[in-house]
Design a protein around this ligand. Structure first.
Ligand SMILES: *[C@@H]1O[C@H](CO)[C@@H](O)[C@H](O)[C@H]1NC(C)=O
Ligand SMILES: *[C@@H]1O[C@H](CO)[C@@H](O)[C@H](O)[C@H]1NC(C)=O
Ligand SMILES: *[C@@H]1O[C@H](CO)[C@@H](O)[C@H](O)[C@H]1NC(C)=O
Ligand SMILES: *[C@@H]1O[C@H](CO)[C@@H](O)[C@H](O)[C@H]1NC(C)=O
Ligand SMILES: *[C@@H]1O[C@H](CO)[C@@H](O)[C@H](O)[C@H]1NC(C)=O
Ligand SMILES: *[C@@H]1O[C@H](CO)[C@@H](O)[C@H](O)[C@H]1NC(C)=O
Length: 754
């Protein structure tokens, strides 16, 4: 309803009040203690507001209370012990706050509890074993906290349990396995990103209703055949990546109906059984970084719902199954670092086929890959020239064609690939000159022309100012700046007659000055029009030019960080709206330096944003940082967050807008994961962190807990971080955003034999 302000203590006079519903407003201030004496209260819904401070202990007086929603606020402190008196309480939500401390043991008295969601806080300590006595419990969501210790064994004997989600904590130990236990209702079990060891007990799988089974990134050992897949008729998500499951793939997996199968970096060996072609619901399949050999099973072409397919870093042999590319839904196909051979498919979408053994030409149709961001065909046997149509790949950021047998010259049209960041053409047989058109590529950060037969002058403008000799070694006759360890170019001076010289001396100044005057007039006329039109272009080109903005200027811009300029407050600190002296609107994120953690989060954000530039990321204009003040100055997004649009009554998004937002967010993520020089995992993607500019273009923001993935890490983590994780508690529409991620198009064929 968009109500704001604090809640009046006079509410405490409404002694007959049964339901107090303030859901989804902007109420701030502390939890009003006065309501703790409204003995008839059955429902308190403070969800999605801006409340701060602790939950008052007298809350335990509300003996009739059945529903307590405190999620999505800024509550801090711990859950009071007195909560144990709420014996009627069925639902307890505190997800997405800044609460800490232990889960009180008094929880064992709350025998009516059905749904407990405490995710995304700073809770710590053990999961009290008393929770095991709550025999009506259906949902226990503790994800993203700092819980330690093991899973209480009684917890896995609550027969009503439907969802047990404890991912992203520091839990350890083995999973209690007592064959007498059964979990007949269990649907989701998320144990990923903890430190569990030992076998995955068979008894857990005696849950015939299991839908999501996510155990990635733990230290589970044992083998796969141990798992009775054939009983899991409802399974849709099977995530085992990053464990030590040393075995081959049992044929019986082919009988499960899962849509997502992830088992990266598990030490799995042997062949992929033909039976896998029977998993007809499969949407995403990944076995990256195992020791699988043999061919890609021909039956994979039957997987007509497949969207993402990753077999990178294995020992697969045999020829590429071209029919795979005919699967209409397929958007990501990654088989880099295998020994696959065959003819390069002509309908590449976006592929990394590097380091394989593909042969053939680069098809002219390559220009049709309109959304491609990464094209890596290096380390194959491609033997053609580079088609000029490649210039139409305006979205391509990474082009790697190194180590092939490319010949002919480098097309000038490469200068049209305006998004290009990295270009590697080394180790081919290219001839001719390096086109001067490349000087205009604003984002170009690295090039490699080494080991070719190039000649002529190396361009020296634009990004070329920064490139070093290592990018140009071993060519036939390149010349240019001595910095690049090449001989100076010999200018061809033509002998001109005296008459011609005279003519030149007189005519040239006249012609030049006429052109200048005309140009000036045209420029002045256009300037007005342009200043409105080219906002977007300006946005693109001015990025990267870090501006210096002093603390004093920030104080002025935000009226001394006044309350009226406050846009929002979060765990990190506050964001203010400001107006720079030149009239530009900005958002200033002031980091609350109370805790070291937040200071670290600031550094993480700076670090993450430093090298990022994308239309769908919030642009950082500057940062201002000294010992006791840290801030980031960002582009101002006049339409606020997606969260606001999704959850407030006076805003509404139509279907097309939603779709566009999804595409924008997906492009941003695609860029973060694959397009930037170091892959970045945002780790905190949610509607509040997606901001809309005046044209309703979505920009992802808030990189406070982003992770930079270096090479080694990405092998083990990228795939598993892409699991659905836990869906944000019931009422969030995270799926609005995350669903779109699945549609990202990528095709990676590097290092094979195309
Ligand atoms: C498991 O729960 C059932 C009732 O749901 C109970 O009968 C049984 O004793 C419990 N088993 C253990 C080992 O606690
Ligand atoms: C699985 O559950 C069934 C009944 O639902 C029971 O008969 C069987 O013993 C259980 N098996 C295991 C391994 O727990
Ligand atoms: C798959 O299921 C079918 C029918 O239910 C069964 O006959 C077959 O043995 C199963 N295959 C494997 C490998 O478990
Ligand atoms: C599974 O796949 C195998 C080999 O591709 C095939 O022979 C078998 O009939 C399939 N089984 C089912 C149950 O579809
Ligand atoms: C050149 O490199 C330096 C340092 O690596 C960097 O600060 C600068 O922005 C680069 N210049 C261009 C034009 O890329
Ligand atoms: C360019 O490629 C060659 C050969 O692959 C390599 O030795 C060299 O280090 C590369 N240069 C740069 C700047 O990456």
């Amino acid at each position: 309803m968009g109500l704001r302000g604090t809640v009046s203590p006079n509410l405490g006079n409404l002694s007959f009040l049964v339901i107090l519903n303030l859901y989804n407003n902007s109420f701030g201030g502390h939890f009003p203690k006065e309501i703790c004496w409204l003995h008839r209260l059955k429902v308190i819904d403070f969800g999605h507001n801006k409340f701060i401070g602790e939950i008052p202990a007298p809350l335990g007086n509300l003996s009739q209370l059945q529903y307590l929603y405190l999620d999505f606020n800024n509550f801090s402190g711990s859950i009071p012990q007195s909560i144990g008196n709420l014996r009627q309480l069925k639902i307890l939500y505190t997800s997405f706050n800044q609460m800490s401390g232990l889960i009180p043991q008094t929880i064992s008295n709350m025998s009516s509890l059905v749904d407990v969601q405490l995710a995304d806080n700073y809770f710590s300590g053990w999961i009290p074993k008393e929770i095991g006595y709550l025999d009506k419990l259906e949902y226990l969501i503790l994800a993203n906290n700092s819980f330690r210790g093991s899973i209480p064994s009684k917890l896995l004997n609550i027969s009503s349990l439907k969802r047990l989600e404890v991912e992203y904590n520091y839990l350890s130990g083995t999973i209690p396995s007592d064959t007498r236990y059964s979990l007949p209702s269990l649907e989701n079990i998320h144990f990923d990103h903890n430190n569990f060891v030992g076998n995955i007990p068979k008894s857990i799988f005696n849950a015939s209703k299991l839908i999501q089974f996510q155990f990635s990134v733990n230290e589970f050992s044992g083998t796969l055949p141990n798992i009775p897949f054939e009983d899991l008729r409802n399974l849709t998500h099977l995530a085992l990546s990053g464990n030590h499951i040393l075995s081959n793939l049992p044929k019986s997996i082919g009988n499960i109906t899962t849509t997502h199968f992830w088992a990266d970096s598990c030490g799995i060996y042997g062949n992929i059984p033909l039976e896998f072609g029977n998993m007809s619901n499969l949407i995403s399949f990944s076995l990256d970084g195992n020791n699988i050999n043999g061919p890609i099973p021909s039956t994979f072409k039957d997987l007509q719902k497949l969207e993402a397919f990753d077999l990178s870093n294995n020992g697969l042999k045999g020829s590429f199954i071209e029919e795979l590319c005919e699967i209409k839904s397929l958007v990501q196909l990654t088989i880099e670092y295998n020994k696959i051979s065959g003819v390069l498919p002509t309908y590449i979408i976006e592929v990394d086929f590097s380091s394989n053994a593909f042969i053939g030409n680069l098809p002219l149709e390559i220009g049709n890959l309109r959304a491609i961001v990464l094209l890596d065909l290096s380390g194959n046997h491609i033997s053609s020239n580079i088609p000029t149509t490649i210039g139409s790949l305006k979205t391509l950021q990474d082009l790697a064609l190194a180590d092939n047998k490319l010949n002919g010259s480098i097309p000038t049209s490469l200068g049209d690939m305006v998004s290009l960041i990295s270009l590697d053409l080394s180790q081919n047989m290219l001839t001719g000159v390096i086109p001067k058109s490349l000087e205009s590529l604003l984002y170009l950060q690295s090039v490699n022309f080494s080991y070719n037969r190039l000649q002529g002058e190396i361009p020296d403008g634009g990004p070329f100012k920064n490139f070093t000799a290592q990018s140009f070694t071993h060519n036939e006759a390149l010349c240019g700046n001595s910095r690049l360890h090449v001989p100076q170019c010999v200018k061809q001076v033509k002998k001109t007659s005296m008459a011609k010289k005279l003519l030149l001396k007189c005519l040239v100044p006249i012609v030049v000055s006429t052109i200048l005057v005309v140009a000036l007039i045209i420029l002045l006329k256009q300037k007005k029009r342009k200043s409105n039109e080219s906002n977007l272009e300006r946005g693109l080109s001015s990025f990267g030019v870090a501006r210096r903005i002093s603390y004093y200027e920030l104080v002025q811009a935000t009226n001394g960080f006044s309350e009226s300029n406050l846009l929002g407050r979060g765990g990190f600190g506050s964001v203010y709206q400001g107006k720079l002296p030149d009239g530009e609107m900005v958002a200033v994120k002031v980091i609350d330096l109370q805790s070291e953690e937040k200071s670290r989060s600031f550094d993480a954000e700076c670090n993450a944003m430093r090298n990022l530039r994308h239309r769908n990321l919030v642009k950082i204009i500057s940062s201002c940082s000294n010992l006791d003040f840290k801030s980031l100055v960002m582009e101002f997004m006049s339409n606020g967050s997606v969260d606001k649009w999704l959850y407030s009554n006076n805003h509404c998004l139509n279907f097309l807008q939603r779709l566009n937002i999804m595409i924008d967010v997906a492009s941003a993520l695609e860029y973060l994961h694959h397009g930037s020089s170091i892959p970045v995992i945002h780790c905190d993607l949610k509607p509040t962190n997606v901001l809309l500019d005046e044209n309703m273009v979505a920009h992802v923001s808030d990189f406070g807990i982003a992770k930079l993935m270096d090479e080694g890490q990405s092998k083990t983590h990228t795939q598993t971080l892409a699991t659905i994780g836990y869906p944000a508690p019931a009422r969030t529409n995270m799926t609005d955003v995350t669903a779109s991620l699945i549609k990202i198009k990528t095709l990676v064929l590097g290092a094979n034999g195309v």
